[in-house]
Design a protein. Structure first.
Length: 476
């Protein structure tokens, strides 16, 4: 990563004055990678001025021209797949094959989906004599985390470009590389200066300054629930819109008619995916009480077969978690599970055997977990699965809904009708039936402390618009 290409403001690569360095650490080796320069509130001001000046002309760009712009972005993005995957692997520890196929691939899927929508998108509709118009909301502040960096960046940037918004992006200081690569792509694609701006920094400094800035019209935030609360509080005095995609503690309900081995093997793999660092991870597995011991035996087998190691090795399934702080947090949760009486089925404290360096976590399964335990209630953000028992469908739904979150849920049954009925009863924004994967055209978001906005597809595109009603527009 080039130290002179960390800030992109008003169509130019700059190094603002008074920035301070932070050493970026490779989580697999614990070795320094290089310094990341951290901006200040003054940096935010510079980016906001550029975005504000660029907004009027970009908002008036015809949809056809925005479509052509997105087509160029997509073609250039495809040429940088290897660079994106390598950057994600080095900076946040995702296995290289996973980083290329899924992490980089997710970013491309959002650009493609928005382009597909633009082909037939109408931002104006008639309601009798009234014209309903969707207009770009203005200058967007985007704050994203490190766990799915390109996915979380592009599901904001793509619809912002499509609707005519200008933007300031603050990537995570732990994984700035994908944002820098995207800035290079957008520059080469011909995005007008000031439309896309990128600044490095921490949440308490740059993120807080963005949230409070009076000339930013909306904050689109992805991160922890705690971070989302801080952003909303900082944004409140300026009455700006705040879109939040926050944490989760998603249940995975396995009804009594499933192929238990198949469902558990898939459920464990999905929980451990990305080293458990996914907000929609199915970290609570609910099984019929009479099949608990059978379920734990299968879960142990699945976890023990999960190869943890060097993310550059093609055989690796789990790389490290992102940082020492994250590793220590996960260890504290594992200890709390032990202290509160959960059954440790496999895994546990410390690093996996043979891995003396790197922020590696042992793939861990707890059994006989009760709803009151911390590991059942709080988002761990690591490869830790809690297996819980239920005696009836009603109790399964009750346990699933017994959470302050509501992002996702997973339901498995040989009878699709049973699964559909349970899906309607679960208070969560996204329900996956019988292994159905995420749909990039469907709204992504949750209930309660999982957030209050929606991303992906048409719903995500409309998040960046204001609605104007013009009465008498169609009067004779």
């Amino acid at each position: 990563m080039d130290l002179n290409r960390q800030f992109y403001i008003d169509g130019a690569w700059v190094t603002p004055a008074n920035t301070t360095p932070m050493m970026l650490i490779n989580p697999a080796t614990e070795r320094p990678i290089q310094n990341v320069m951290l901006g200040t509130a003054t940096t935010v001001d510079q980016a906001v001025i550029a975005a504000r000046e660029a907004f009027p002309s970009f908002a008036e760009m015809p949809l056809f021209e925005r479509k052509c712009l997105l087509e160029r972005v997509i073609e250039l993005y495809k040429l940088r797949f290897d660079d994106i995957g390598a950057s994600i692997c080095e900076q946040m520890g995702a296995p290289l094959t996973f980083a290329k196929r899924f992490q980089a691939g997710a970013g491309l899927s959002h650009f493609k989906e928005v382009l597909r929508l633009l082909v037939s998108l109408s931002l104006e509709d008639n309601l009798g004599s009234t014209r309903i118009i969707r207009e770009p909301i203005g200058v967007i502040g985007m704050i994203v985390p490190w766990n799915w960096p390109m996915n979380q960046i592009t599901c904001k940037v793509a619809p912002a470009l499509a609707t005519g918004c200008t933007m300031i992006l603050k990537p995570s200081e732990y994984a700035p590389g994908p944002a820098i690569i995207l800035a290079e792509i957008l520059e080469e694609a011909g995005v007008p200066k000031g439309v896309f701006n990128m600044i490095q920094g921490t949440g308490p400094n740059v993120g807080a300054a963005m949230a409070a800035h009076p000339n930013i019209d909306m904050i689109s935030f992805t991160g922890s629930t705690r971070g989302g609360i801080a952003v909303a509080q900082a944004a409140a005095p300026s009455i700006k819109r705040v879109g939040q995609e926050l944490g989760g503690k998603s249940p995975n309900i396995l009804l009594d008619d499933v192929d238990l081995e198949d469902s558990i093997m898939r459920g464990v793999a999905l929980c451990f995916r990305n080293s458990g660092q996914s907000c929609n991870s199915p970290s609570r597995m609910l099984v019929p009480i009479e099949r608990m011991e059978e379920a734990l035996n299968i879960a142990k087998l699945a976890a023990d077969q999960t190869l943890t190691g060097d993310p550059r090795d093609d055989a690796t399934i789990l790389g490290p978690v992102v940082s020492a702080a994250q590793w220590n947090s996960i260890q504290a949760y594992i200890k709390s599970g032990l202290d509160e009486g959960a059954t440790l089925v496999t895994g546990g404290l410390g690093r996996p055997a043979g891995l003396e360096k790197g922020f590696y976590v042992r793939p861990t399964v707890f059994g006989h977990v009760t709803p009151q335990m911390r590991i059942a209630r709080e988002e761990i953000f690591g490869p830790v699965l809690s297996v819980m028992a239920f005696e009836s469908e009603d109790q399964a739904v009750e346990i699933a809904n017994d959470t302050s979150f509501g992002l996702a849920a997973y339901v498995e049954s040989a009878d699709l009708g049973r699964a559909q009925a349970i899906a309607r009863r679960i208070r969560a924004g996204m329900i996956h039936l019988n292994g159905a994967v995420a749909d990039p055209s469907a709204p992504f978001g949750g209930y309660r402390q999982s957030g209050n906005g929606r991303e992906w597809g048409k719903a995500g595109l409309y998040e960046f618009t204001e609605i104007k009603a013009v009465m008498g527009f169609n009067a004779n």
